[in-house]
Write a protein that binds this ligand. Structure first.
Ligand code: ZN
Length: 81
C-alpha cells in the first residue's frame, strides 16, 4: 500500500504514514450524516400517504445509504486534518 499523500510505501496493516504522518481512516462525520438521513427516510416511508410521498422517502433512504457508504470507504487524511 502506498501513502495517498507522499507515495511512501507502507506495510499493510499500518494506518499512519511514517514519512508524512498522513493517516487512513473512515469519515465518521459522513457516516453519522448518512445514518441520520437514512433514519429520516425510514420514518418518512412509514408515514408516507400515497405513492408520491413514498417515492420521496425511498429517494431519501437511497441518499442516506450512499452517503453512509462513502463515509465507510477509507481515505487518506493529512496529519493535521
Ligand atoms: Zn505519506
Amino acid at each position: 500500500m502506498q501513502c495517498g499523500h507522499c507515495g511512501t510505501e507502507i506495510r499493510d496493516g499500518f494506518a499512519v504514514c511514517p514519512s508524512c504522518g498522513a493517516h487512513r481512516r473512515q469519515d465518521g462525520r459522513l457516516i453519522g450524516i448518512g445514518l441520520f438521513v437514512l433514519l429520516v427516510g425510514l420514518v418518512a416511508s412509514l408515514q408516507a400517504a400515497g405513492l408520491a410521498q413514498y417515492s420521496i422517502a425511498i429517494f431519501i433512504i437511497g441518499v442516506g445509504a450512499l452517503t453512509t457508504r462513502r463515509g465507510l470507504r477509507k481515505r487518506w487524511y493529512r496529519h493535521n486534518a
